[in-house]
Design a protein around this ligand. Sequence first.
Ligand SMILES: [Ca+2]
Length: 239
Amino acid sequence: MPLQESCVSFSHRLIPERKGGNITRALTSLLKASSVLAVSVAIATLVPVSIAISGIGGPARETSFGFYANGESVINDPRGDAQPVLQQSNPGIIPDAEAYHDVTEASVRKLDGAFLFTLELAGNPNLNKLYETNYMWHVIVSDAATGKDLHYIVMIFDFPPDFNHTSTGWHYAVYNDTSESYILPQTKIEDMPQDRVEYPVQDWLIGNPSSFRYWVSGFVRVDSENFTGPPEYLMDYAP
Ligand SMILES: [Ca+2]
């Protein structure tokens, strides 16, 4: 499949499927609620925000977010809690949870003209084999002019050679979940450091906000023939 086409078809079904994913996320949140609470108390740099939101994922619900406001923002997540949670139709394959699927810390800080999005992992993300890994920052910006939320998704993802996809290696993309369109299509980048996934994203790509809420997730796609939706398995997320 041509590079651009894979991006477009991914975006086409990202919205409804992601909403479904949020429902699953809410359910799995129950499993992680105690750890999230502990982390919220322990991590001073995290500003956990419990906010009822109605514009994202359907009915109003309460959940927690990281909060960026011009300084470095950090979210910690327990080690050893990655597990495959099916989000889409069953592809008949269950991926093993690897150390590099396990988020231990997420952070955002501003560099010159860019936001540096970082996910610390329990393993080396370059050791990815067999399947697509896709790490996402879900960025929610309150638009003061309209009073509405804008939702961006920054994705950093890897296609290993064994995945049998037309593209190989690491890429990033920026998606506007509110307007259902890519701001930046799939773009090739260098390999990741040994213990994290990170990339500086030009600030204008997400509207150069002075503050935003965010959460992070790691996904796996096992079916290289099916790019009509987002990846099938949620592996870990924070907070
Ligand atoms: Ca984790």
